[in-house]
Design a protein around this ligand. Structure first.
Ligand code: CAA
Length: 379
């Protein structure tokens, strides 16, 4: 066992920490308030290589490992979870899937600009009537010979309005159930594809979440990823890695709130002492620190397994389940430690509390993570 981070890991973590402080922190409250997409910050993260972190340099990526990805996700999420979800989706659900399963022509055309951060992608699985029960999706992709005719609606799509490249899961052969699903690469601007209303959300309000409408969109056959009927496996496999990203996001939200609470507790006086002198506060801080450390170890273990080509479905689900629970609990306690100040926007913790909730919902709810974990342990 070896728990030290390498020099390279420490450097990338520092770079993300500096970026979060200097580029994400100014304006984060305003972006949350006005649901403003962090366009300029995303552009800079692309330049730093944060949008295609694990993609090989051959395809425009930074060639880093999943451990580095966890470190960067934690640091960005301490300050701005709206920005970090863009990083997570682009890295794990878009770039990873394209690098692993797309053909060479698809990689050159779509992966390279996504990995360089010149474009961003959106992963389109969920539908109004199919969220957790993903095999029940009803968007159709009818085989018309040299193209698919795409019809349907997708919901809650991260980067929905700002993406250029959309990976859309659609049913080609309902008789085959999930074996009839294909993943198609859809470009913004294709005729019949429209971006629907932007969601007015409780948290991660700076991220851009939309419904998408497909009405007789002609998607060339060459835009299908993998063999006919591979689309559901593609979605499940990419989500395994995505859950590491969201687990690390939850970890960052928790550790960001913890750091704010710790500093506040050392400064704020009550009953002639600082809050940190009171055992009620000390016990809260002890629980927060312990649960955050456990979350971090789960995230890093899942990333290590991925880096070493070992199975990581169970580990990524455990990391997401536990870290998201920790994010929720820690942020609620951080608001409590701040008292009245915690309830107002200037102190940042109320935003972290609102942002924490989504980590128990997207990329598989906590209930879905328990399904994945229990199936693994009962195998
Ligand atoms: N890798 C590869 N294949 C997998 C897999 C994995 N990790 N997990 C399941 N599969 C395969 C199964 O082997 C099976 O295929 P076969 O029949 O060939 O064996 C197929 O998928 C269906 O699996 P199940 O029979 O287990 O199906 P199920 O309906 O009982 O359960 C589920 C599937 C695990 C619950 C799945 O539906 C699921 O993960 N649901 C949650 C969906 C989700 O996470 N949505 C998030 C939306 S994306 C998002 O949030 C992104 C964002 O914008 C931030």
């Amino acid at each position: 066992m070896y728990f030290e981070l390498s020099e390279e890991h420490l450097m990338i973590r520092q770079a993300a920490r500096d970026f979060a402080q200097t580029e994400l922190k100014p304006g984060v409250i305003e972006r949350d308030e006005h649901q403003k997409f962090p366009a300029e910050q995303v552009r800079k993260m692309g330049e730093l290589g944060f949008l295609g972190m694990m993609v090989s340099p051959q395809y425009g990526g930074s060639g880093m490992d999943a451990i580095s990805y966890v470190l960067v996700m934690e640091e960005l999420s301490k300050i701005d979870a709206s920005a970090s979800v863009i990083v997570s989706v682009n890295n794990s659900l878009i770039c990873y899937g394209l690098e692993k399963y797309a053909n060479e022509a698809q990689k050159q055309k779509y992966l390279v600009p996504l990995a360089r951060g010149e474009k961003i992608g959106a992963f389109c699985l969920s539908e109004p009537e199919a969220g957790s029960d993903a095999t029940a999706l009803t968007t159709t992709a009818i085989d018309m010979g040299d193209y698919y005719l795409l019809n349907g609606v997708k919901n809650w799509i991260t980067n929905g309005g700002t993406a250029s490249t959309y990976l859309v899961m659609a049913q080609t052969n309902p008789a085959k159930r999930h074996h009839g699903i294909n993943t198609l690469i859809v470009e913004k601007g294709m005729e019949g594809f429209t971006v629907g209303a932007k969601e007015n959300k409780m948290g991660i309000r700076g991220s851009d979440t939309h419904s998408l409408h497909f009405s007789d969109v002609k998607v060339p056959k060459e835009n299908r990823i993998g063999e006919d009927g591979f689309g559901f496996k593609f979605a499940m496999n990419t989500l395994e890695g995505g859950r590491i990203g969201i687990a690390a996001q939850a970890l960052g939200i928790a550790s960001g709130a913890y750091e704010l609470a710790l500093n506040y507790a050392k400064e704020r006086k009550a009953f002639g002492k600082t809050l940190a002198d009171l055992q009620a506060t000390q016990f809260k801080l002890a629980d927060m620190a312990t649960e955050i450390e456990a979350s971090r170890l789960l995230c890093l273990k899942a990333a290590w397994l991925k880096d070493n080509d070992k199975p990581y479905a169970q580990a990524s689900s455990m990391a997401k389940l536990y870290a998201s629970q920790t994010a929720m609990k820690t942020t609620v306690e951080a608001v409590q430690i701040h008292g009245g100040y915690g309830f107002v926007k200037e102190y940042h913790v109320e935003r972290l509390m609102r942002d924490a909730k989504i980590t128990q919902i997207y990329e598989g709810t906590s209930e879905i993570q328990r399904i994945v974990i229990s199936r693994e342990v009962l195998k």
